[in-house]
Design a protein around this ligand. Structure first.
Ligand SMILES: Cc1cc2nc3c(=O)[nH]c(=O)nc-3n(C[C@H](O)[C@H](O)[C@H](O)COP(=O)(O)OP(=O)(O)OC[C@H]3O[C@@H](n4cnc5c(N)ncnc54)[C@H](O)[C@@H]3O)c2cc1C
Length: 472
């Protein structure tokens, strides 16, 4: 095994999203030399803050969950007094009413016609009892959703929502999407919660992933950007290198070993850096494309089957104190699928009598929603006005943020293509790919940070096997 100068390994991390940054934090803390290569001019990836005029805009409002206690305590320390705790207050706009998100049973009781409600509840209980007794591997997202929610609730709510969100029929979406992305609406939780409200039973269901749990989230006056900024500062203070505006153009292999990384720097010049270990968080198909010499055609083909839903996010500055009665609202029948109002979570907006809106759309790169034509803007304004959120003449700034890699697309059958690529990468001695797009999975920020920490532990284990838990 080759080790870089002064006996210390050169670890090169591709991508400075929260996964790459947290991996770097873990490594530099243990005295390991790290260089992060990031394409964008600022760190954070999907969780970056974009400054337009006087204000920061998230690429879709990003708040930190507490689910991973260790990561949360660490981030609490890192964010210091910039952290603002905020109670989750998300809603779903549906058939003229607002429902709390995740979907809550008692709200449904009030909003759904009695016959439909009865059939939804019976369907939920029936399907959960049936599939507990006769477990069945679902073939696709439709079957998985029916197992999870029952047929009536699926037909009434989830089919159309899911199909609009993903732009394809649920029969074409892999079942894995449901098991990794959809909140569980356990029949037992529903019963406990509803009985609890009548004083009959314990108030809280205990399921960890219960869709009914109340939650505190964490934010800051400048939005999500605090987290990547503070993580970056820590890494650089400890001697790590963060190369921003640098796009990885080649992952040079010698046999089954990554020898060096080539990138185009912020001045447009090519550079190369030696590499003892490469930890990649860039999208999996991009990594496959950058491997030199090129991978065999069947791997190129497999990578072509790993697609993403792109996101175009419209960051609007609005001349109004407040637009929404929630942190964010999901819409089923509008041009956008979610709008967040960061001010309601403590974001500082300038001027102070204005607010900002984060209007989210999913799209295909190059398609009409991606390009943001006048028609797109007109459709958004029409729906904002129809929902009484704001009027056209109250919008004083219109900013656009995009990512071609918003959501890994779990098209039915994607697993075999993913497995081929995973097997290839497993065969490379010093390469690991992880994170949301690098692992083609669905972590939230704390999950992506955990993946980064785990990846860093692999590196530590490899280079300092006897001291993995004690290196400092
Ligand atoms: C709309 C939306 C809202 C969300 N809201 C929340 C939320 O409220 N709370 C929460 O916890 N999570 C939220 N998430 C999830 C969260 O954004 C992700 O889990 C997390 O940011 C993923 O981090 P990552 O580092 O794995 O990936 P990324 O952020 O995608 O990082 C990968 C990095 O690689 C860089 N890169 C790509 N190609 C190259 C190249 N060729 N060369 C160099 N660099 C390259 C990218 O620029 C990027 O910085 C949300 C996600 C979306 C899409």
């Amino acid at each position: 095994m080759r080790i870089g100068s002064a006996g210390k390994p050169n670890v090169v991390i591709l991508g400075a999203g929260v996964c790459g940054l947290y991996a770097a934090r873990t490594l530099v803390e243990r005295g390991i030399k790290v260089t992060i290569i990031e394409r964008d001019p600022m760190p954070g990836g999907l969780a970056a803050g974009h400054k337009f005029g006087e204000n920061f805009y998230d690429m879709g409002v990003h708040m930190l969950h507490e689910h991973d206690e260790e990561i949360f305590e660490d981030m609490k320390m890192i964010m210091g007094d910039e952290r603002i705790p905020v109670q989750l207050d998300a809603k779903i706009r549906w058939a003229g009413s607002f429902y709390r998100y995740p979907l809550q049973f008692m709200d449904m009781v009030q909003g759904i016609p009695p016959y439909t409600l009865a059939s939804c509840v019976l369907g939920l209980f029936w399907s959960q009892a049936y599939y507990k007794i006769f477990p069945e591997e679902p073939e696709d997202a439709e079957e998985a959703l029916i197992q999870l929610y029952g047929n009536p609730l699926y037909e009434f709510f989830f089919r159309e929502f899911t199909e609009r969100y993903w732009g394809m029929p649920t029969r074409e979406i892999a079942a894995k999407f449901v098991t990794t992305k959809m909140p569980r609406l356990s029949a037992v939780d529903v019963l406990k919660k509803s009985l609890g409200r009548f004083g009959i039973s314990a108030k809280q269901g205990k399921a960890v992933d219960s869709a009914l749990r109340d939650e505190t989230l964490h934010y800051s006056a400048t939005g999500a950007e605090t987290m990547p900024r503070k993580l970056s500062e820590f890494v650089v203070e400890k001697g790590g290198k963060l190369r921003l505006g640098c796009e990885v153009t080649a992952v040079d292999m010698r046999g089954s070993f990554v020898n060096s990384i080539k990138f185009r720097n912020a001045e447009g010049k090519d550079e190369r850096i030696d590499c003892d270990y490469c930890l990649s968080t860039i999208p999996l198909p991009v990594l496959v494309d950058r491997v030199t010499p090129s991978v065999p055609p069947e791997l190129v083909d497999a990578a072509g089957h790993l697609n993403f839903n792109a996101i175009t996010i419209h960051g609007l500055l609005v001349k109004k104190q407040k637009c929404l009665d929630a942190l964010y609202v999901y819409y089923r029948e509008r041009f956008f699928h979610r709008i967040g109002e960061p001010k309601n979570a403590g974001m500082k907006v300038t001027p102070s009598d204005h607010t900002t809106l984060i209007v989210e759309t999913t799209c295909v790169p190059g398609g009409p929603k991606w390009e943001v034509t006048d028609e797109v803007k007109a459709a958004i304004v029409r729906d904002l006005e129809a929902e009484n959120i704001c009027k056209a003449d109250e919008i004083v700034e219109w900013n656009v943020m995009r990512s071609p890699n918003g959501y890994p697309l779990y098209r039915k059958g994607f697993e075999e293509h993913f497995d081929k690529i995973a097997a290839f990468i497993d065969g490379v001695d010093n390469l690991h790919t992880t994170g949301r797009n690098g692992g083609f999975c669905y972590p939230n920020m704390h999950g992506a940070m955990r993946l980064g920490a785990d990846a860093a532990d692999r590196v530590i284990e490899r280079f300092f096997p006897s001291a993995a838990s004690t290196v400092s």
